[in-house]
Design a protein around this ligand. Structure first.
Ligand code: ADP
Ligand code: MG
Length: 684
């Protein structure tokens, strides 16, 4: 039994109490058959008048009951001999029947299929339920009845003393919420006269109060993590004039000026890093908004104080590209860039680790490999994480631990986290409550919006011809092969096949191939060739989704576009439209396309705005999918849903702040009740 409870993560009495019904049944009164309507779930009582077996396509047992007001047909597709015998006997003996189930249209009368039923005597008084009957989410092997009985027993013995209200009374009252005790009793056994509709919608103050508290628990957990980190020590990096050596030189050597938005974000960063606690800043910026330059500046702010900076990227390809960019930018300044990736050879690795440890490299770039135990930094003062949605919270925190430990007080690095999936403000308040946020809300000047075209797979030949002509015309194009994400192997095979077909069909074009299963060196040289325009067409898998930057590429074809999430497509599309020429992105889809698929692709055709795309994507797929591994906590909430319940968020936010300032004991208790030990943020 225990194991079965565990499968639904019902470990304690507390868990059972907070395991709330998903539906309710009204068995509090007997409804006359004449007043039933299809769709009702109703308790009825009547005389058992017929019982028969029909041999149609399938064997069916049917009974009828008559309560004087009307006749109801009961149907059973599954039944056993005993059942049949007792019903038959019931008819002979003039017995009555109570039935509960969903009423449907039938051929001659209303009907109900597989109702719960009981045979009774004609004048027997039927005990109706005093409260609505809860229906709980169940799991295999744990029946509704067992769950209901367990919870009912707990509820009956429960008193106000058992359930402490951690939300201070004054706050609870100002929100017009009942006590937690009242709320739980109400939701597990709602009074007969309450509105079933309101209850099922979850709009009643009882459920709302619980949703509120759960959202609050998450907010508090993240905000306390934020506060704990703020109490750590970091080297203040005061950007006084005489210190601005490298960052000034770097800006001077760029071929463009920073946008106002980039400048504003840098100002935010400077304010943070001049303090003696670590920066924890998230930069949201649409694809192509120029986050890398901001990252480089942040790194230089640390380096010009004699410290190291590290940049972690989620894929080998992106890390490699950052390495090239940074090398190009920093070498002229006399700075050295170190490199660490999972695919480095043992010798390279040893050398890199040595250089990182002795401080002979100032800028370190890599993948997940950066936060492994063996990596010891000389004096790390700035950690930058690109495309954070690909990383878990613990990975970020592990890197944070790599601060400087060689002095008496441990100094933690400042952290800059970057994401290209911008989300609406209220959502950001919740999802990123443990970070300060800045937004790059402007694209570099001169960008021409990417034109997006949606075409059926049946037009493949025409598309191929268009790509051919464009490439002959010295334009560069991506051909992206996608499959369902799980299968990287198949995706790579698909790309290889497409590559072979294209090479065969267009001998006059120079075509390259890049996918996740190629060796790091191979990938690098292919990307290099594409960047130098030695290749005009690059066949790729979704490995190029994040960060790849080849400004001259102006055409992208995405196969099976309907299979990817909107944010992912937007990211991919962001690989073109980076230069000064007008770009086109062709979303090619299988035929026929579902209505839903059509409207999803239409969203991309209609907007180039990452916020808009993210909003649609969130509505369609939910935060867990869109925001990635970091947000599993949000996706696993028991009863709240940050999309559905977002109207509560401003108030939750405000309340969290009050609790943190004035009721520290409540903070701990609320977090523990709702999140328990699960959270990663706790143990920094
Ligand atoms: P993302 O925000 O998607 O990471 P990148 O940092 O890769 O974007 O920048 C996209 C392109 O825009 C790069 O080629 C970069 O050099 C260029 N870029 C960045 N900032 C500016 C700017 N202020 N003016 C013009 N081009 C810029
Ligand atoms: Mg980027």
């Amino acid at each position: 039994m225990c194991e079965r409870f565990a499968r639904r993560s019902l470990y304690s009495l507390n868990d059972l109490l907070f395991h709330l019904p998903i539906h309710y049944q009204d068995k509090t009164c007997i409804v006359p058959i004449a007043s039933l309507r299809p769709g009702d779930n109703a308790l009825v009582k009547g005389e058992l008048t017929h019982c028969q077996i029909h041999q149609a396509r399938q064997t069916v047992l049917t009974c009828t009951i008559d309560d004087g007001s009307g006749i109801l047909l009961l149907r059973f597709f599954h039944f056993n001999k005993q059942q049949l015998a007792s019903l038959k006997r019931g008819v002979e003996q003039g017995k009555w029947l109570t039935s509960f189930g969903e009423i449907q249209y039938g051929r001659h009368t209303l009907q109900v299929t597989h109702p719960e039923y009981r045979i009774i005597d004609k004048n027997q008084i039927v005990q109706v339920a005093k409260t609505l009957t809860p229906v709980y989410p169940t799991t295999e092997g744990l029946s509704q009845q067992v769950l209901r009985n367990c919870i009912q027993q707990i509820i009956e013995k429960l008193t106000q003393q058992h359930i402490e209200d951690f939300l201070p009374r004054s706050i609870r009252q100002s929100l017009n919420y009942p006590s937690l005790f009242q709320a739980l009793i109400y939701l597990h056994s709602p009074p007969a006269d309450c509105s079933l509709f309101e209850l099922e919608e979850g709009r009643d103050p009882y459920r709302q109060s619980l949703i509120f508290e759960e959202l609050l628990a998450h907010q508090l957990s993240m905000k306390s993590s934020y506060q704990r980190q703020k109490q750590l020590h970091a080297f203040p990096l005061i950007q006084a004039t005489e210190k601005k050596h490298y960052s000034t030189l770097f800006l001077a050597q760029l071929s463009f000026n920073l946008t106002q938005a980039q400048q504003r974000v840098l100002d935010d960063i400077i304010l943070d890093i001049e303090k003696s606690s670590p920066m924890q800043r998230l930069v949201q910026g649409d694809v192509g908004s120029g986050k890398t330059v901001v990252a480089a500046m942040a790194a230089l702010f640390a380096i010009q104080h004699g410290f190291q900076a590290a940049l972690m990227a989620p894929t080998e390809l992106l890390a490699e590209q950052h390495r090239e960019n940074f090398q190009q930018w920093l070498q002229p300044l006399g700075l050295k860039v170190g490199w660490l990736s999972g695919k480095s050879t043992a010798k390279q690795r040893r050398e890199s680790l040595q250089q990182i440890a002795d401080g002979s490299v100032q800028m370190i770039i890599g993948t997940h490999a950066l936060f492994q135990d063996k990596v010891v930094f000389h004096q790390l003062a700035m950690v930058i994480i690109d495309e954070q949605h690909r990383f878990g919270v613990h990975q970020r925190l592990a890197l944070l631990q790599k601060g400087n430990a060689s002095v008496a007080v441990k100094n933690y690095p400042h952290q800059l986290i970057m994401t290209a999936t911008p989300i609406p403000r209220t959502l950001a308040m919740t999802a990123y409550a443990d970070l300060d946020c800045s937004i790059i809300d402007e694209l570099p000047p001169g960008r021409i919006a990417v034109e997006t075209v949606v075409l059926s797979e049946q037009r493949r030949d025409a598309v191929l011809e268009r790509v051919h002509l464009a490439c002959l015309d010295k334009r560069q194009a991506y051909w992206v092969c996608t499959l369902i994400e799980e299968s990287e192997v198949l995706q790579c095979q698909a790309a290889e096949k497409t590559y072979a077909a294209l090479v065969n069909r267009f001998p006059d074009l120079s075509i390259g191939l890049v996918h996740g299963r190629m060796k790091a060196d191979e990938k690098k040289s292919v990307m290099q060739a594409f960047k130098q325009a030695d290749l005009s067409l690059l066949v790729a898998t979704t490995v190029i989704e994040v960060g790849v930057d080849v400004p001259n590429a102006s055409l992208m074809i995405i196969e099976n576009a309907e299979r990817l999430g909107l944010s992912q497509l937007h990211q991919l599309r962001g690989r073109v439209g980076r230069g000064s020429q007008s770009s086109v992105c062709v979303l090619m889809h299988g035929h026929p396309l579902s209505k839903n698929g059509k409207s999803r692709l239409k969203t991309l055709r209609e907007t180039n705005d990452g916020f808009e795309v993210a909003r649609k994507d969130l509505a369609l797929r939910g935060p867990g999918e869109v925001l990635g591994t970091r947000q599993t906590g949000l996706a696993e909430m028991k009863i709240a849903d940050i999309i559905r319940d977002q109207q509560l968020i401003p108030k939750v936010n405000e309340t969290a702040q009050i609790l943190l300032n004035e009721y520290p004991d409540s903070v701990e208790a609320i977090i523990k009740r709702w999140i328990g030990q699960k959270t990663d943020y706790q143990n920094v």
